[in-house]
Design a protein around this ligand. Structure first.
Ligand code: PMP
Length: 397
């Protein structure tokens, strides 16, 4: 049975839905699916790093030994052994994190949405870095906040700007490690100052840290979470250290906040997939990440070096860029008169893609900026792509 003349849809979307927009990156990614395109656009981790066999064995083991639990509904806060494991790994000598401070989420992106839901009202002031992670701006936008852009310099976010602009803010969203999009890292001194400033002003400080483990040398810098566990909401993810397709992340915070987020999550999706949580626990419980993460670091660090070298060789004078100490991104600043969106239109004609910087700004955009990702393209193609991009930029100088 089917209507003979189906009615055309003219339903009214909510005001909230009316102001939703597709992510610019997702739109660009459609173009970059073409194999001839050299894409520095995606924020995708390299599939070379995915531990496919290990995951396969773990799925097998979990399903054989605990199949009925793994395929059943689970608790909203997440699989207890995994939460215990994460709590222990985040604890330091003088800062113990408890499992009840942890909520497992379907990717840290869901954590951003839930935080928006429980912390932001229409018109609430929220503080974000200049520039900031586009996906967070999108997630928070749904709740119609007033974005306040915190000043940054070549060393990242400037804490004094939080003090100057933050009065009454509902949250401060910060990316201290190998920031998306700039690749910058916040010094220990600035972390401490930011933690103190937010604590003094009563502003919840969100520390989003999906790239923190991907440092190219030395050890990761201390987490702001451990500097003040009562004032910081920490977000972690398995996307960049295992695989993004499993959609698994976590939010860590004071228990009253976690209970509130849990209520919001219940309404959103009941709980994060039990099977994937059990599989990830199976994969990491005996220290697998300790061997696996260094291989990702080495791989990404080499890729980054290749791109930086190519940029030095092929980009004209007057163009500057960041030198990340970890993560997946380089941020490029062109001379003021070059609009990177227009440059992208041309670059795509030459089968090169990147993400123009504009959408990463919550307020006034610096249109002469762009983001390059170096992890999914082979060294030869990085060289080829950067050479072509260099020529296109030179033509506009
Ligand atoms: N935060 C940042 C800064 C990111 O770059 C990303 C993914 N690109 C996310 C959060 C979302 O990650 P997940 O896959 O855990 O949802």
């Amino acid at each position: 049975m089917k209507l003979e003349n189906p009615t055309p849809i003219n339903w009214k979307f909510s005001e909230r839905a009316e102001q939703l927009q597709s992510s610019v990156i997702r739109e660009i990614l459609k173009v970059t699916m073409r194999p001839e395109v050299i894409s520095f656009a995606g924020g995708l981790p390299s599939p070379e790093t995915f531990p496919v066999e290990r995951m396969k064995a773990a799925f097998d083991k979990v399903l054989s030994e605990q199949g009925k639990t793994a395929l059943q509904y689970g608790p909203t806060d997440g699989y207890a052994p995994l939460r215990e494991f994460i709590a222990a790994s985040l604890s330091t000598a003088d800062c113990k994190i408890l499992p009840e401070q942890i909520l497992m989420v379907s990717g840290s992106q869901q954590g951003l949405d839930l935080l928006g839901k429980v912390l932001v009202d229409e018109g609430s002031k929220i503080l974000v870095e200049t520039p900031s992670y586009l996906g967070a701006l999108q997630a928070f936008s749904v709740y119609q906040p007033q974005f306040e852009s915190v000043d940054t310099d070549e060393h990242g976010l400037i804490p004094a700007s939080v003090a100057a602009k933050g009065e009454g803010a509902r949250l401060m969203y910060a990316l201290p490690n190998f920031q998306n999009p700039t690749g910058r890292t916040l010094s220990i001194e600035r972390r401490m100052e930011l933690v103190e400033t937010c604590a003094r002003m009563g502003i919840p400080l969100i520390e989003d840290n999906p790239y923190g483990d991907l440092c190219y040398s030395g050890e990761p810098l201390p987490k702001m979470l451990n500097m003040n566990p009562n004032g910081v909401i920490y977000m972690g993810s398995f996307s960049k250290v295992l695989t993004p397709g499993i959609r698994l992340g976590y939010v860590v915070g004071p228990v009253p906040l976690i209970r509130k987020l849990e209520q919001a999550k219940q309404a959103a999706d009941l709980h994060t997939a039990q099977l994937t949580q059990m599989v990830v626990y199976e994969v990491i419980k005996d220290g697998f990440l300790g061997e696996h993460i260094p291989t990702i670091r080495t791989f990404y660090s080499r890729q980054c070096d290749v791109m930086l070298e190519a940029m030095t060789k092929f980009f004209p004078q007057g163009v500057t860029w960041t030198r990340p100490e970890g993560g997946m991104f380089i941020w490029v600043t062109l001379p003021k008169h070059i609009d990177s969106k227009l440059l992208l239109d041309e670059a795509i004609q030459h089968n090169i893609a990147f993400v123009p910087g504009g959408p990463f700004y919550a307020n006034e955009a610096e249109k002469n900026t762009l983001r390059l990702s170096f992890v999914t393209v082979s060294p030869e193609r990085i060289n080829e792509g950067i050479e072509k991009l260099g020529k296109l930029i030179k033509a506009k100088m």
